[in-house]
Design a protein around this ligand. Structure first.
Ligand SMILES: *[C@@H]1O[C@H](CO)[C@@H](O)[C@H](O)[C@H]1NC(C)=O
Ligand SMILES: *[C@@H]1O[C@H](CO)[C@@H](O)[C@H](O)[C@H]1NC(C)=O
Ligand SMILES: *[C@@H]1O[C@H](CO)[C@@H](O)[C@H](O)[C@H]1NC(C)=O
Ligand SMILES: *[C@@H]1O[C@H](CO)[C@@H](O)[C@H](O)[C@H]1NC(C)=O
Length: 216
């Protein structure tokens, strides 16, 4: 007869790998659509079309990496059926972590087929839908793991590039978003971005302040 503690260990190991090593970015993962409008050596500007995100708020008090894991775990449960319809949703990329003064918001975009009426998350997951209207976003790419000890300097580098060369307005001063495209099991070839919502760029779609609800 199987020893209960062994059984527990197997369960715990499974649970751990489920959190740390979700097979999330396979080959054909849907990503939000955008139009690149400016490409510089150290950043680019894109216009993203309307997107709905499922967002997991995480109160600050723990670090970026732990908060992202905790928020992502809730989103992972949601797309694996922890919703009122018991529907499984396809994984999307990237996973965003928006960093504001008080909170993190970990987000997954909803497939275009669900926009408007995504399955409602189980209430205990404490998820909320965040709708973006068309947005102009300044982006800086970086490789490796997104960590507490490098994201701030990547965000500062983007701010510096924007301030030095471009007369753009940052829509949410003090807040920025990290976009991660790869599962944590990918140790090399990792691809991340810093996102900042901008306006005043002078291109169509970026010149006016597209305010909408929700944090970004
Ligand atoms: C979820 O279920 C409700 C009630 O059965 C249904 O009206 C709704 O269309 C479903 N939503 C999705 C996204 O499948
Ligand atoms: C984008 O969202 C806005 C606000 O909900 C809506 O008025 C507009 O029609 C949407 N655009 C597209 C292309 O769906
Ligand atoms: C930058 O944008 C602001 C606000 O739109 C404007 O008042 C200012 O003249 C612009 N500066 C330059 C150098 O274009
Ligand atoms: C990481 O994600 C990027 C963007 O989707 C992809 O091009 C790259 O191949 C991924 N890296 C690995 C190791 O899978």
């Amino acid at each position: 007869m199987e020893c209960p503690s062994t059984y527990y260990f197997v369960l715990a190991a499974f649970h751990l790998s489920f959190i740390i090593n979700p097979v999330f970015f396979g080959q054909a993962v849907e990503s939000p659509e955008y139009t690149p409008i400016q490409q510089e050596s150290d950043f680019e500007i894109r216009i993203y079309k309307n997107i709905s995100w499922m967002s997991a708020p995480v109160v600050k008090g723990t670090n970026f990496q732990k908060s992202t894991t905790a928020g992502f775990h809730r989103l992972y449960q949601y797309i694996h059926g922890a919703n009122l319809n018991h529907t499984r949703l396809a994984m999307t990329a990237p996973v965003l972590t928006t960093i504001t003064e008080a909170e993190y918001f970990v987000k997954l975009s909803l497939s275009a087929s669900y926009e408007g009426s995504p399955p409602q998350p189980d209430p205990e997951l404490n998820l909320q839908v965040e709708k973006w209207r068309e947005k102009c976003i300044a982006i800086r790419k970086f490789s490796g793991f997104a960590r507490d000890d490098n994201i701030h300097e990547e965000a500062e580098a983007l701010r510096t590039s924007l301030n030095e060369h471009w007369n753009v307005t940052l829509e949410n001063k003090g807040s920025y978003t990290i976009a991660q495209y790869n599962a944590s099991s990918h140790l090399s070839g990792r691809f991340n971005e810093v996102w900042m919502v901008v306006s005043g760029f002078g291109a169509e779609g970026c010149s006016n302040h597209g305010h909408d609800q929700g944090k970004n």
